[in-house]
Unconditional design. Structure first.
Length: 403
């Protein structure tokens, strides 16, 4: 299928080249960006010289540079261990695409992880010289993370550093007490939401709201856990008076995607962005003339297929029990999009919401709803005081009961 070609190696911006070039840009990446041996030797020499100038000794090459290396273990990366590592949002983006990077791009990722915020003060030529890579490598590295260029990369890096979250990511262990479980689940969820918020792009949100507000019909697709999120998003948007439907069965939403028409929007929810059924649905929806909005991970194949992406870079560990924080982040992003669409269509949405809420009030038991907080004190003051305890009448002396 053509989709296998599209997904195989395309990066952000490749689709704009159009036509037959799509196949050419999805071939072997080593042929697309050749690096002469002499140039590699020069950059390697610069990298060794820069390492010798530092206080600490030169580090051995990472596992990605060894021949016949075992699969990469992210726990051994500098990104997770250095005390001046990038903020959580940037770190998650790097880890998500690390195993797909070329060796030179991985070397750059390691340098960014070791030096952290110091990268913000460097220009592209300075970073290229210090990391021992070429400037095109930096450009490809930024594109792999989902940024338009080195300038946007530094801007997002600086924003994340300034708005870093103080919470610690902790997993629930088998011997945790209930109080520990509650604290870890809340801390991890709050930290995830803050990380997604700090990395959120205003342009992505604006484009997503515009696309949904002008849609003729909206369909929500998701598999497994993401299918539950798709159902929740559909529940938010149908109350706005828009034709919506949600499917969690891959067979059903694949058929539905093939039946879409221009003006329709398919919203695909996937944390990994690598599920084959979701990629198939995105390709079918676009081939039908519909637009695709994806709630997914940056740098994923689904992100490259979508017209508009709202990124949620959340890492889930399936080996141990951890809260599904990606679900929470997708639900919150759905709230953001729904609120934006409601404001964009306020003239027609407001009367519909009022009628819906009035109908819901009629179906509730009278007197079962709690009073608003601001009126509770007023209500308590207006209530009459409880009656005083009756005092028994005093016995009348000299009065006898008739016999």
């Amino acid at each position: 299928m053509a989709m296998t070609v599209l997904v195989g190696g395309m990066r952000r911006g490749d689709r704009r080249r159009g036509g037959a070039n799509e196949c050419r840009f999805s071939t072997d990446r080593a042929q697309l960006y050749p690096a002469p041996a002499a140039r590699r030797a020069v950059f390697a020499a610069k990298s060794r010289r820069n390492c010798r100038n530092q206080d600490k000794p030169e580090e051995p090459p990472g596992p990605h540079l060894r021949q016949n290396a075992a699969p990469i273990n992210v726990e051994s990366l500098h990104i997770l261990s250095t005390p001046i590592s990038p903020p959580a949002a940037m770190r998650d983006r790097i880890l998500a695409v690390y195993d797909t990077l070329r060796p030179s791009e991985r070397r750059l990722a390691d340098y960014v992880a070791r030096h952290g915020a110091a990268v913000i003060r460097l220009s592209m030529p300075e970073l290229a010289e210090r990391a021992g890579v070429s400037q095109p490598t930096i450009a490809r590295f930024c594109a792999a993370l989902g940024y338009d260029g080195f300038r946007e990369f530094k801007l997002q890096f600086a924003q994340n550093v300034g708005g870093g979250t103080p919470f610690v990511h902790q997993d629930v262990a088998a011997d945790d007490r209930p109080a520990d479980i509650a604290g870890k689940v809340f801390d991890r969820t709050i930290a995830t939401l803050m990380s997604v918020r700090n990395a959120l792009s205003a342009d992505q949100i604006e484009h997503g709201i515009q696309l949904l507000a002008g849609a003729r019909r909206i369909e929500f697709y998701g598999c497994g856990n993401s299918g539950i999120v798709a159902l929740d998003l559909q529940h938010k948007f149908f109350r706005l008076g828009m034709p919506t439907v949600a499917y969690a069965d891959p067979h059903v939403f694949s058929m539905s995607a093939a039946l879409l028409a221009p003006g329709d929007v398919a919203v695909l929810v996937s944390n990994s962005g690598r599920t084959w059924d979701m990629l198939t649905a995105a390709t079918l929806a676009r081939s039908s003339g519909a637009s695709v909005l994806a709630l997914t991970h940056s740098g994923s194949p689904l992100a490259r297929l979508a017209d508009v992406c709202v990124f949620s870079d959340v890492e889930e560990d399936s080996d141990v029990y951890t809260p599904m924080t990606s679900r929470i982040s997708h639900l919150v992003l759905g709230d953001v999009l729904a609120a934006g669409v409601a404001l964009a269509r306020a003239d027609t949405v407001a009367p519909r919401l009022q009628r819906a809420k009035a109908h819901l009030r009629e179906r509730r038991i009278a007197g079962a709803e709690p009073a608003p907080a601001r009126s509770r004190a007023r209500t308590a003051a207006a209530e009459p005081a409880p009656p005083a305890k009756p005092v028994p009448p005093a016995a009348r002396p000299g009065r006898r009961k008739a016999g």
